[in-house]
Design a protein around this ligand. Structure first.
Ligand SMILES: Nc1ncnc2c1ncn2[C@@H]1O[C@H](COP(=O)(O)OP(=O)(O)OP(=O)(O)O)[C@@H](O)[C@H]1O
Length: 587
């Protein structure tokens, strides 16, 4: 079959179109220049005519005859006088040209007096940092020319600097964080506090660009976000670093906002997240927001060391396998999660070896969300029991290929209490609330390029995914719907996102979920005796210390028999015997 060439307009249409557009623009510009006097006179005539109409309309009816008579007399005199019509037309044109002149006030070329004063004082303040006695031609000198140093500047409507490009001498140590920090601190103080500034250092060109950032929106409520499976919206950020936007609704209003999207799952390079913040900074809210998104495609296990019942709204919901607030329950569920991770790995490995796709029951994402595990660490130490964090090792280390994601939230000053695997394997990081530059750098691994604000709203902070840039972050408002302080709109927004309740929280004998709804090997945590299949325990399971299992089965706690039983089907248990070997193999 012979291929026919595309019509030329399709093959090189883009370039042609651009050329034609450029030609049309040039022609229009030239025509405007040539016709400018005519346009001015026409505009003036229109203004004169409308002034005449207004005058006529404003004249009382009894005087209109006299006015008409006067006008006619003037016209007659002009017509009869030598050169009268010519003079009249010339005068009319001159009047029209005067009336039609462009009256928009000319934009002043440079800064006004107060702006010049600001720039001068900023320049003077920079002199000690950007000059040395040995420099024969200093760019910065007391009483020097600020216009040479400040290459671009813009002011906002309040007269404060909104954008500034500063040139600096090549010998300034712009590679040293301390030197940069000194300049950034000075500039943000002198340009007006209470705003956030972004600093971009161009080390090659010896230029620093300062930009004032608009505050991030704090009024975005929880809602279904348009994302693909495996993507979680942590919050919203600036359009400068993130190209993508998400369509959001805010009441009646619709807007597009750039999100910070965290990718989890098999191909993720940051499969687990650590969120830290001062008390009340919004880390529990972030966890709730993540849980609501995770429940779209996966199962969620929540361990709440804070014990304030902030996740009660999730209890018994479809996909929520457990919400644990006590140490015993936390140990039980985390132990199950570790077994489940291993079971998934073994099942996936067997499938790989057999050349089959991974089994269905290893693909559904499992989320382990821990709020304040450091509280359990203290409690466990006091009671001489195992630290729940030690049970996170397997999910953290091997969770990615098993579709298991761990999210840990804690207070900033508990960073040291977090176990090494938690700190090592959580490559996605969030810091919320007020934090010192040192704390930000310790958690994020890099300093943010923006200055902190004095008043930090709840849910405001920074996020960094792996070795990526540090983003400003505002978490969507996802409050506890059972909190009296929650507004009706926000309560509605969260309740609308909750999956249906499949198990009544208080029900001692809840209805059994359909067998197909329960992943093979998953624990029916709360609740139900599993089918009475006699299951063999692995040597490890037999060796489990009794203390690791719930003392008193609660509504949500697995019974001692259920944890290992649900953690692995019999054939899995047998295959899981050389667990460590299998795990090592898969990694
Ligand atoms: N993104 C947000 N938008 C609006 N309000 C928020 C946001 N995050 C948190 N808040 C509000 O701030 C308060 C504290 O939030 P939250 O309980 O999540 O903080 P926390 O860091 O978990 O504190 P604590 O550890 O003391 O419980 C709550 O009233 C909550 O509604």
């Amino acid at each position: 079959m012979v291929r026919r060439p595309l019509p030329r307009i399709l093959s090189n249409g883009g370039a042609q179109l651009a050329r034609s557009r450029e030609l049309a623009r040039t022609a229009a510009d030239s025509a405007t220049d040539v016709l400018h006097p005519l346009i001015t006179i026409a505009r003036g005539l229109r203004r004169l005519a409308s002034a005449g109409r207004r005058r006529w309309a404003g004249t009382p009816k009894d005087r209109r005859g006299a006015l008409l008579f006067l006008t006619a007399s003037v016209l007659l005199v002009v017509a009869l006088a030598p050169y009268g019509p010519l003079l009249a037309v010339t005068t009319l044109m001159a009047a029209a040209a005067w009336q039609g002149r462009d009256r928009t006030p000319a934009v002043p070329d440079g800064p006004d007096e107060s702006q010049t004063l600001r720039l001068k004082s900023l320049y003077e303040a920079l002199v000690p940092y950007f000059s040395t006695a040995e420099d024969p031609e200093p760019l910065y000198a007391h009483g020097g020319d600020w216009q040479k140093a400040f290459l671009e500047y813009e002011f906002d409507h309040t007269g404060r600097i909104a954008h500034l490009v500063i040139g600096y001498p090549a010998y300034f140590t712009d590679g040293e964080p301390e030197s940069r920090a000194r300049i950034e601190h000075l500039l943000s103080a002198k340009s007006g506090r209470g705003r956030e500034y972004h600093f971009a250092w161009d080390e090659e060109g010896n230029q620093l660009t300062v930009r004032v950032l608009a505050p991030l929106p704090t009024d975005i409520a929880a809602q279904p976000f348009v994302t693909s499976p495996g993507e979680t919206v942590l919050g919203f950020t600036d359009p400068t670093r993130v190209r993508r936007t998400l369509p959001l609704t805010h009441g009646e209003e619709r807007r597009d906002v750039p999100p910070v999207v965290w990718r989890t799952g098999i191909r993720s390079t940051e499969p687990h997240l650590l969120a830290l913040g001062q008390p009340g900074s919004g880390t529990s809210t972030l966890l709730r927001s993540i849980a609501l998104q995770a429940l779209h495609h996966g199962d969620v296990v929540i361990v709440d060391g804070g014990g304030t019942g902030e996740y009660a709204c999730l209890t018994g919901r479809d996909g929520v396998l457990a919400v644990e607030c006590g140490l015993t329950g936390a140990l039980g569920i985390l132990e199950w999660a570790a077994h489940e991770t291993e079971r998934r790995l073994n099942a996936a490995n067997r499938a790989h070896q057999a050349g089959d796709p991974p089994p269905e029951d290893t693909r559904r994402p499992l989320w382990i969300l821990l709020d304040r595990p450091s509280a359990f660490t203290h409690l466990a130490a006091a009671e001489g029991r195992e630290d729940p964090q030690s049970l996170l090792h397997v999910p953290l280390r091997h969770g990615r290929p098993a579709n298991v994601t761990v999210v840990v939230a804690d207070q900033l000053d508990s960073l040291e209490t977090l176990s090494a695997p938690v700190r090592q394997h959580t490559r996605a990081r969030v810091v919320l609330g007020p934090a010192t530059p040192g704390q930000l750098e310790a958690v994020l691994g890099a300093p943010p390029h923006t200055t902190p604000v004095d008043q930090v709203p709840a849910g405001r902070g920074y996020a960094r995914l792996g070795a990526g840039p540090v983003h400003r972050l505002q978490v969507p408002a996802t409050p506890d719907p059972y909190d009296d302080a929650t507004s009706d709109a926000h309560r509605r927004a969260v309740l609308d996102l909750l999956p249906p309740r499949t198990t009544p929280a208080e029900d001692a004998d809840p209805p059994r979920p359909a067998p197909e709804a329960v992943p093979v090997g998953a624990v029916l945590l709360d609740k139900l005796p599993v089918d009475p299949v006699p299951l063999e325990k692995t040597p490890e399971e037999k060796a489990l210390p009794e203390k690791a299992l719930p003392d008193e089965p609660s509504a949500l706690e697995p019974t001692p028999g259920e944890v290992p039983a649900g953690a692995a089907a019999p054939e899995d248990v047998a295959a899981a015997a050389p667990k460590e070997a299998a795990v090592a193999e898969s990694s």
